[in-house]
Design a protein around this ligand. Structure first.
Ligand code: ATP
Ligand code: MG
Length: 621
């Protein structure tokens, strides 16, 4: 007793610690379970099983027959002892042969039906698993950047693996246990009552304490299992976070600190596991105790009655066999409760995830963009009374009004954190403004169908992400269905053709395979080629030239000029040489435009940009 008390408090501290940390801003994303409408878990389960309705019914029928076959055993034993053996003593072997045959047949039938059930439930389980994993993937993919910034990929992975798996396990093994045990209880109670009222009544009454034990176990285990699944999820999150950031981890020698944190999380999982096992052991011990006491009492009482000719021996034997069968699955039932509980927790988490709506919803009735006006390249962009704050944090853009003429190349500069990338992300509609709107040729972005928006506005960032596949495929993402010629043309225009043809397999080099590794600057060139091929009306480059080498400056300028030609462009760059090709420069500070003019005007002026520019010139000299 004295040892369990401190244990529990330390577990409680561990459990509340992360919650307390996150409670500051009350972000539900600090919890593993996202809020979902009431009954969402059940509705999800129903929708998962709906396509298998016929199979589920068939499985239930098979189970019903299987239990009938299984539970016939002791009844046949009773018949053999009390009827067939006495008949055989009188040289009448008919009943013995009949009962032997019946026993064999029922055993065979039980086996075959069991096989059929396993096959059916495996099919159901596999289909649910596939369906659910697909739904999680599709849904997560459709959710906005805003969601993914808060819900880590580690969490998504544990939803799509451990959680899905625990639901499948429940359907495959758990349900068999549950249905089996429930049916057994009904069959056995009925048979016992039929055979002998006394023994039947004892069996039925023994359910009362057993049921109480089960309920107490369920209550206690629920909490432990929740803790356990949260703990394993945080182990996975830590794992993926570390491996995703392996470069900074090693560069800053974070290994030790990470290891310490990881083993702490691991330990929390172990602790929760131990508690779960202890709860289970306690339950198994108590329920067996009750079962064995009842059995002993029945044997004693039954023997006394058999001696006094009040009970047939065969009936007592069958009664004892049945009672054993009744109590044996109790351990399994506890196991089932465990898998039920972890599946319920998983279902809750998945339902919460699936209930998330995209932060930037598709319009119900999308509007089309007007025809791109001939002679006027690009499209006009208007920020109209835009205010914006990220969900976690203060206002980044306080009331922002800006018009970018069609075809203009606008450079945006400003100190770090000024809100340049935020402006870009609003224009690409990764987020919606908190207030006001962003218009493209007069049409609000949130009124555009997503495909049209993505065709119209393309953003290239510093990361220049490459997908697994060949270089050519990576460029073709800009315009699916592009011919090899178009792909090569785009690469040539950007100045990427030479390095690509020098790769082991040229354009067919797999970027994720050995030899296909390309540098950060080359990745940016591929991203440029992709953007050029996409030919959007509005192009945003957010630090997209940061990895291109200075000696290649001329080449970079040419590449930029090619990409920007004939469209509205927003270029965010720290490098001032890129600014010189712009028609217009915006200097941002604290979410506001503080200077606005042509490069020549600003350079010749006395503002921040002039200072910056002078410093830059000096550094080159
Ligand atoms: N996902 C986010 N969630 C919450 N706050 C954010 C997020 N992204 C940026 N911010 C905040 O918004 C402000 C503007 O950030 P932004 O990325 O727009 O700056 P920036 O001008 O692009 O800076 P840099 O030159 O460093 O790229 C910063 O104070 C930053 O902390
Ligand atoms: Mg930025």
């Amino acid at each position: 007793m004295t040892t369990t008390a401190p244990d529990r408090t330390s577990a409680e501290e561990e459990r509340t610690a992360p919650a307390a940390g996150g409670a500051k801003d009350g972000d539900p994303f600090d919890e593993d379970v996202l809020p979902a409408p009431k009954g969402a878990s059940r509705a999800l389960l129903r929708s998962l099983l709906a396509p298998a309705r016929g199979r589920v019914r068939l499985a239930a029928l098979v189970m019903l027959l299987q239990q009938a076959a299984v539970q016939a055993g002791p009844l046949l034993v009773a018949f053999a002892i009390d009827r067939a053996v006495p008949a055989a003593r009188r040289d009448d072997y008919g009943p013995l042969i009949a009962v032997g045959t019946a026993y064999l047949v029922s055993a065979l039938a039980a086996g075959l039906l069991q096989y059929a059930f396993v096959r059916l439930s495996a099919r159901i389980g596999q289909n649910v698993l596939l369906d659910l994993r697909g739904r999680i993937f599709r849904h997560a993919q459709s959710l906005s950047v805003d969601f993914h910034e808060r819900y880590t990929s580690g969490r998504l992975i544990s939803r799509a693996t451990t959680d899905v798996e625990s639901i499948r396990e429940l359907i495959n093994d758990g349900l068999q246990e549950l249905i089996g045990v429930c049916l057994a209880v009904v069959y056995i109670s009925a048979t016992l009552l039929y055979l002998d009222w006394g023994i039947g009544a004892v069996a039925v009454l023994s359910f009362v304490p057993l049921q109480l034990l089960m309920r107490s176990y369920r209550r206690r285990a629920h909490e432990v299992y929740r803790e356990r699944s949260t703990a394993i999820a945080s182990v996975i999150v830590k794992f993926t976070e570390t491996m995703n950031g392996i470069r900074p981890v090693q560069a800053f020698r974070r290994e030790r600190a990470n290891e310490a944190h990881f083993s702490e999380l691991n330990d929390r999982h172990r602790h929760a596991n131990t508690r779960a096992l202890l709860e289970m052991a306690r339950y198994v011990f108590l329920s067996r105790l009750v079962a064995n006491v009842v059995l002993a009492a029945v044997v004693l009482w039954g023997a006394y009655r058999v001696a006094g000719d009040g009970l047939e021996l065969g009936v007592l034997a069958a009664g004892v066999l049945y009672l054993r069968r009744l109590y044996d699955p109790l351990d399994q039932l506890a196991m089932f409760l465990n898998s039920y509980q972890s599946a319920a927790a998983s279902l809750e988490k998945i339902a919460g995830l699936l209930a998330q709506r995209p932060g930037v919803p598709e319009p119900a009735e999308p509007r089309a963009l007007p025809e791109r006006r001939a002679g006027l390249p690009g499209r006009e962009v208007v920020f109209e009374g835009v205010r914006f704050a990220y969900r976690t944090g203060g206002e980044v853009l306080p009331r922002f009004d800006l018009t970018l003429g069609a075809g203009q190349t606008v450079a945006v500069v400003g100190s770090t954190g000024a809100g340049k990338s935020t402006l870009a992300k609003l224009l690409a509609r990764f987020y919606d403004p908190t207030e006001g709107r962003v218009l493209l040729d007069g049409v609000p972005l949130d009124a555009l169908a997503v495909p049209e928006l993505r065709r119209g506005v393309v953003m290239v960032t510093q990361e220049a992400f490459l997908f697994s596949g060949t270089v050519a495929e990576n460029i073709a993402i800009g315009r699916p269905g592009a011919t090899r010629e178009e792909i090569e043309q785009a690469a040539k225009a950007i100045g990427a053709h030479d390095f690509i043809t020098a790769l082991p397999d040229g354009y067919d080099t797999d970027v994720r395979k050995r030899g296909g590794r390309i540098s950060a600057g080359q990745r940016q060139l591929v991203a440029f080629a992709r953007a050029l091929l996409a030919d959007p009306a509005v192009l945003i480059l957010d630090e997209a030239t940061s990895s291109l080498d200075i000696p290649g400056e001329q080449a970079v300028q040419r590449a930029m000029a090619t990409v920007l030609h004939g469209r509205t462009a927003v270029v965010i760059a720290h490098r001032l040489s890129t600014v010189e090709i712009a028609d217009r420069v915006l200097v941002m500070a604290d979410g506001r435009v503080v200077e606005d003019g042509s490069p020549a005007e600003l350079t010749g002026g006395t503002g921040r940009f002039a200072d910056l520019h002078r410093a830059w010139r000096d550094s080159l000299a």
